[in-house]
Design a protein around this ligand. Structure first.
Ligand code: PLP
Length: 493
């Protein structure tokens, strides 16, 4: 065997210089250059080079074969970047995130090249310690004592696992025997809660009909009085209320269900009280905002929060926290014979995160989270959240003083729900949809849409850390100009 042996100083990697090795090095250089260029240019030009699906399919030539052909792979990677939505661009205002923090991106790259599963200390030692460190930090932040946590694949999962823990607590035999021969279990959420709760009710055998939607008040918050009446009705009917989820930052309006009255009802009815802070959980970072929006959070039974939303980590980055009851996650989630992976006699068994998870292979999400946290710190992230709130107040004022626009509902927190006002005889929903789609197709901006009481609303969220009033002004002025243009077209006259 010919070749030179290289011993790398930081590891015991021994490899041969060969054609293959040189090629891999070149590939990495080219890859990093491509990624670096994309990142440097992500805010320039249009946020999307939009093509209709047929045209894009023709350009991508997905059926082409490319065995051993890196040139072709690079061509696809370049096309991917060229035709992807540039979420770091100021025109991208569609979702609850935009771009990603640079420390987090660095973490993702390291995670991809090292590629391990975060389920055992043995297979993912650093990730395991970082995850525990971050979970402890978040438990402290939430004020949960004797608790535990887990990174899950997102708040949809976090909501479901919380419901599962509540189900197994009230129906103790359900893990082994299923839900047969039980009085119906009933869960309660606000009418404006996230659809992941409906999915959870389906998956866990509760049934969508047993997920009761509690009416909201005029501000989009769950009405505690209505909840109380529904709890009474269901109890009288022989059903078992077992779970209430407070939405802490609703998806459309940004409303926070008030916790103190729900905590008082829990005393009486004994349900598990979960907080869905996927979006609004970020208010935990700032003491005043916590007081304003999340008062009582430390008394919840469980709480989920997406770090990939307002806090800006790469997708996905979620934390699910349980208050008190350490050991519950393992008890609820583990099942079956898994000694090929987890062994109680291993010294590090206590640290293994996989036994408390519903997954087997688990993506490493801890590194990016840890790096973001260390780089920005709590105060840095709190500043960001305060900044987003200030921007949403500014945007609301701007809507209110622009004659062409109106707020669909008053602002509750971070979300701006507004629409273009149309003259008599023009259908508002169709017009606002057409306006939004024109802005999108032209690569100017992409803003969210939703329905409030069957009326279409544009939903604007701020998640770009470097946004200033100038970007907000720019967004609204292009929207108003495009709206006026659209109004002058024959269809809308
Ligand atoms: C209030 C709320 N809960 C849950 C979710 C689901 O979060 P994920 O996308 O992390 O599953 C969302 C997503 O937007 C949300 O707004």
């Amino acid at each position: 065997m010919s070749g030179i042996i290289i011993v790398y100083p930081y590891a015991t990697i021994v490899t041969r210089i060969s054609e293959q090795f040189m090629n891999e090095e070149e590939i990495f250089q080219r890859l990093l250059a491509l990624v670096g260029q994309y990142h440097a240019e992500r805010k320039r030009g249009k946020f999307l080079n939009y093509l209709e699906p047929d045209a894009l399919a023709a350009e991508l030539a997905l059926e082409k074969s490319a065995t051993g052909d890196w040139q072709q792979l690079f061509a696809w990677m370049e096309q991917y970047l060229q035709h992807s939505v540039k979420t770091g661009h100021p025109g991208f205002l569609n979702r609850m995130w935009s771009g990603a923090n640079l420390p987090s991106i660095a973490g993702e790259i390291i995670t991809a090249v090292s590629n391990t599963s975060a389920c055992t200390y043995e297979g993912a030692p650093v990730s395991t310690l970082m995850e525990h460190f971050m979970l402890d930090t978040m438990l402290d932040l939430a004020g949960f004592e004797g608790g535990e946590g887990q990174m899950t694949s997102g708040s949809s999962s976090g909501n479901m696992i919380a419901m599962l823990a509540a189900r197994n607590r009230v129906a103790e035999t359900s893990k082994q025997d299923g839900l047969f021969a039980q009085p119906p279990l009933v869960a309660f959420v606000s009418a404006d809660s996230h659809y992941s709760l409906d999915k959870a009710a389906n998956i866990l055998g509760i049934g969508a009909r047993q997920l009761v939607k509690v009416p909201v008040d005029e501000r989009g918050r769950m009405q505690a009085k209505a909840l109380e009446q529904l709890l009474q009705q269901h109890q009288q009917a022989g059903n078992r209320p077992f779970f209430v989820c407070a939405t802490l930052g609703t998806t459309v309006r940004g409303a926070f269900d008030p916790l103190p009255p729900l905590i008082a009802l829990r005393e009486q009815y004994g349900f598990w009280l979960h907080g869905d802070g996927a979006w609004g959980g970020a208010a935990l970072l700032d003491d005043e905002l916590r007081q304003q929006y999340l008062a009582g959070v430390e008394q919840l039974d469980s709480f989920t929060w997406d770090f990939h939303k307002m806090a800006g980590a790469n997708l996905m980055c979620n934390v699910l926290l349980f208050n008190h009851r350490r050991g519950t996650l393992r008890c609820v989630c583990s099942a079956g014979e898994h000694s090929y992976l987890f062994r109680e006699e291993d010294e590090s068994a206590e640290l293994d995160t996989g036994t408390a998870s519903l997954q087997c292979g688990r993506r490493v999400d801890s590194l990016k989270w840890f790096l973001d946290w260390k780089y920005f710190g709590k105060e840095g992230l709190a500043q960001r959240v305060r900044h987003y709130l200030a921007l949403s107040k500014y945007a609301e004022q701007l809507v209110n003083r622009t004659p062409e626009l109106e707020m669909s509902v008053p602002r509750e927190s971070f979300n701006i729900c507004f629409r273009f006002q149309v003259p008599q005889g023009v259908a508002s929903n169709e017009f606002n949809l057409a306006l939004r789609n024109r802005l999108f197709r032209r690569g100017i901006s992409l803003v969210g849409i939703a329905y409030i009481d069957e009326r279409l609303t544009l939903r604007l969220l701020f998640t770009h850390p470097d946004f200033s009033h100038a970007e907000v002004d720019q967004f609204f002025s292009s929207l108003v100009a495009t709206g006026k243009e659209l109004l002058n077209e024959p269809l809308h006259r």
